[in-house]
Design a protein around this ligand. Structure first.
Ligand SMILES: [Zn+2]
Length: 449
């Protein structure tokens, strides 16, 4: 059976991920993502009403026109998890394919919300839920199956999809870290990866998340970030002024830890900001997390400001607002607070906890610098970097190669410089650039079989 892999997006950047695998007559698309930084760099662009081709020209979504060079039928569109760089282009591209979107329940719910917000296109694609550990048949040949292997990442319900073909398995490894003690959900299913590496024809091709490929060592468990956060918040137990925290809205495990530790130090947590309400509300509705009954979640500007007024009236020392704005995004809640645009008044000595790290990209770095300076001008004390990454570092990559023993590797989810650490690691383990280690760019098709 012929096997081809089209590397459509995310092979020159972190963002706008999209890969298609053709096995005989059947094609499965993995991820359809958005490169948010290409959107945010323009002031006040609203993507909801924009045409796909304009977004492709901006470099914001994958240029999927190469799909016409693949001879087969798209049978499924499979986003691996709910981050925007993996689902953010579904509303713009999926309608061109007569195929269902297949994903885990939390991811499907986020895709559904993306499709509801879309104003330009009407996607009629079926939304099909599949749980980690499950398998479905692809196409009519009876020879191709799609399996979801449970992985751990900085968002819940993440999987690595595996396409089983008569030539071996194609394992799509975006995005994950190896967490054996996650705060929510099951540990990564390494046992299954080791089985896939040894059963049948083994692994034909592994596509790997190289976000942290230049970093040595091992990415710690979410439990490490949780204990770090506990230490920081418990140290503030006696402080009788304002404490504010921020983190990735989609990082439900982290939000859960913040909510718990706020309660532990005698403060009422409140989630504020549109995406805080969106992700935590969705996770709670789908029973992925149980928050205290009295946890407030407010997204709309008016209800957020009312909540701030209540906090000021009843005393800042009784509350712990968890807000958006960990990257200093100009319109996010923390930045508005720093500029004095909300009813919440920061005083000398108030604490601001960033349970996040700055995404190393000039726009973020500049915005985050500005937000921190503004917070400092109000007298706030900043606690930075209480975080662990959601992506494998080099020892995780080594362990994955050992488990899967793939015949071919395609490094992804980085630019060329970012891929270099992975090329070194794979080369040191017997792979050869151009033979079985395929460094590629967006818009290529690699014939594997
Ligand atoms: Zn991700």
């Amino acid at each position: 059976m012929e096997i081809e892999i089209a590397t459509i997006g995310g092979y020159e950047e972190v963002g706008r991920q999209m890969t298609a695998v053709r096995a005989g007559d059947d094609i499965v698309i993995f991820d359809m993502g958005l490169n948010l930084s290409k959107v945010l760099i323009h002031d006040n662009i609203r993507t909801e009403g924009m045409h796909s081709l304009d977004l492709i020209d901006m470099g914001a979504i994958p240029d999927d026109r190469i799909m016409s060079d693949l001879e087969g039928d798209v049978q499924a569109i499979v986003p691996t998890h709910g981050h925007l760089d993996h689902i953010g282009a579904i509303s713009k591209l999926a309608h061109r394919y007569d195929a269902p979107v297949v994903a885990t329940p939390f991811t499907i719910e986020l895709v559904k919300q993306e499709l509801q917000d879309e104003q330009k296109f009407d996607s009629g694609n079926d939304l099909v839920k599949m749980d980690p550990g499950e398998t479905m048949s692809i196409g009519d040949s009876g020879q191709v199956d799609l399996e979801f292997v449970n992985v751990t990442h900085s968002i819940i319900d993440a999987i690595n999809p595996v396409l089983h073909t008569p030539e071996g398995a194609v394992v799509y490894g975006l995005d994950k870290r190896m967490d054996h003690t996650p705060v929510i959900g099951d540990p990564i299913d390494m046992e299954r990866f080791r089985e896939i590496g040894r059963e049948g024809e083994g692994v034909l091709c592994y596509i790997e998340d190289c976000t942290n490929a230049n970093k040595k060592g091992r990415t710690p468990s979410e439990n490490v970030a949780r204990e770090h956060l506990r230490d920081v918040l418990y140290s503030m137990e006696d402080y009788d002024g304002g404490i504010v925290a921020t983190t990735f809205s989609s990082h439900i495990a982290r939000v859960k830890s913040l909510v718990e530790f706020a309660k532990d130090i005698g403060r009422q947590p409140v989630l504020l900001g549109r995406s805080m309400e969106k992700y935590s509300g969705t996770a709670e509705r789908l029973d992925f997390v149980e928050f205290p009954d009295d946890l407030g979640m407010f997204g709309h500007r008016n209800s957020v400001d009312q909540s701030f007024e209540r906090i000021m009236n009843e005393g800042k020392e009784n509350f712990l607002p968890v807000v958006t704005g960990h990257q200093g995004e100009p319109r996010a809640m923390l930045t508005r607070m720093a500029r004095g645009e909300t009813p919440y008044e920061l005083d000398n000595g108030d604490k601001v906890v960033f349970s996040a790290r700055v995404i190393p990209e000039p726009t973020n770095e500049g915005q985050r610098y500005q937000a921190e300076k503004l917070l400092g001008m109000q007298g706030a004390r900043v606690y930075d970097d209480i975080h662990v990454s959601g992506h494998l570092c080099q020892e995780g990559h080594y362990t994955m190669l050992d488990a899967l023993q793939p015949q071919h590797i395609i490094p992804a989810h980085q630019n060329l410089k970012g891929l270099s650490g992975y090329v070194d690691l794979a080369s040191n383990n017997g792979y050869k650039l151009g033979r079985d280690l395929h460094v590629t760019s967006n818009g290529n098709i690699i014939q594997i079989v």
